[in-house]
Design a protein around this ligand. Structure first.
Ligand code: ADE
Ligand code: ZN
Length: 344
């Protein structure tokens, strides 16, 4: 690629109006902020240099990533810490021309550490309202619990959401180690009955059976990752027919070694099969990326500008934005694509 076309690709990705449907708030903690909070709370085990944090963010495998993630979240203690993290994360999204985001956060981890739900929600809402007033961006929250913490921890998390959660809470997510999803069926039935969207991780490190159970047992409205679906042609057919969205994050899968190389990542095949794929950053600074970085990565994987614009449209379609804003955002994506000769 010539210098000119590289810079025009960069301009196109920057100009493309985007949504982000799968990003973890705590996984968005910048190393500098982590160190500031570790200092202010005098957490000696996390008082390290930036270089040490960067090498700490090199993961042997998915369980090792989770170990580091669970250690890092311990710098978040007070409502001000959550407000700072929320404001920084949302500002970073706004700078990338993201107009709407569904932001996952590890409520269960904080509750299990003894942080009250009121503290977490107060901080998140302070950051959200502050940055929504400054930028053209809307945020909806998706509280998450790790499946490996068990059903009772999931129940405590949902109770806290239903008691203390603000109206900006959109959905409910299971993450962590990808254990069997069947035992969580009743929990998700209760979450859905309360009006929450079912947004489970499935098929990130495991295979099609987890995705099937996310669909049948958890009533998934979208699947987090879902790359393991490609091993079952009947599941691929089902996902295409239902146009059930899959939130894909190639750099995350590479950094957690869920895929061995970008060449082996199924994103291009998923699109070829007609699946409703969206592009997301997951835990951006922990993987040395952000959402625009994922569009660059998708381009390196062989997707041209028209496919990048389609990923942006898919994100809007798969989101829970109200219909009028979806129509307006898709029109903006179409106009940007036309200006950059990327119309489909
Ligand atoms: N928690 C934070 N990031 C996660 C991921 N990518 N998968 C599952 N749980 C997570
Ligand atoms: Zn995730």
């Amino acid at each position: 690629m010539t210098a000119t076309s590289a810079s025009s690709l960069e301009d196109f990705i920057a100009a493309l109006p985007k949504v982000e449907l799968h990003v973890h708030l705590e996984g968005s903690l910048q190393p500098e902020t982590l160190l500031t909070l570790a200092d202010s709370h005098q957490l000696s085990d996390l008082q390290r240099s930036l270089e040490e944090i960067r090498s700490w963010y090199e993961f042997r495998d998915f369980p090792h990533f989770l170990e580091v993630y669970r250690h890092a979240v311990q710098v978040l203690r007070d409502a001000e810490d959550f407000a700072l993290l929320a404001a920084e994360t949302i500002r970073s999204l706004a700078r990338q021309n993201v107009h709407y985001a569904e932001v996952n956060f590890s409520l269960c981890d904080h509750l299990e550490r003894g942080i009250p739900a009121e503290v977490v929600f107060a901080g998140l809402e302070q950051g959200r309202t502050q940055v929504e007033a400054e930028h053209d961006i809307t945020i909806r929250w998706v509280p998450d619990f790790p499946g490996d913490f068990g059903v009772a921890a999931g129940e405590r998390t949902l109770d806290a959401v239903l008691t203390h959660g603000p109206a900006s809470v959109l959905g409910f997510s299971i993450g962590g180690l990808e254990v069997d999803r069947e035992p969580f069926a009743d929990l998700f039935t209760r979450a859905r009955a309360a009006g929450l969207r079912s947004l489970p991780h499935a098929g990130e490190t495991e295979g099609p059976d987890r995705v099937w159970s996310a669909i049948h047992a958890l009533g998934a409205d979208r699947i987090g990752h879902g790359i393991g679906s490609m091993r079952d042609p009947a599941l691929v057919d089902y996902l295409r027919e239902q146009q059930l969205p899959l939130d894909v994050s190639p750099t995350s899968n590479l950094c957690t070694r869920s895929v061995a190389s970008l060449e082996e990542h199924p994103l291009p095949r998923m699109l070829e099969k007609g699946l409703l794929v969206t592009l997301n950053s997951d835990d951006p600074p922990m993987f040395g990326t952000d959402l625009t970085g994922e569009y660059r990565t998708a381009s390196r994987m062989g997707l041209g500008p028209a496919a990048l614009a389609q990923l942006a449209r898919n994100g809007v379609q798969a989101s829970f934005l109200e219909p009028a804003r979806k129509t307006a955002l898709v029109a903006e994506i179409d106009a940007t694509a036309a200006q950059h000769d990327a119309a489909s």
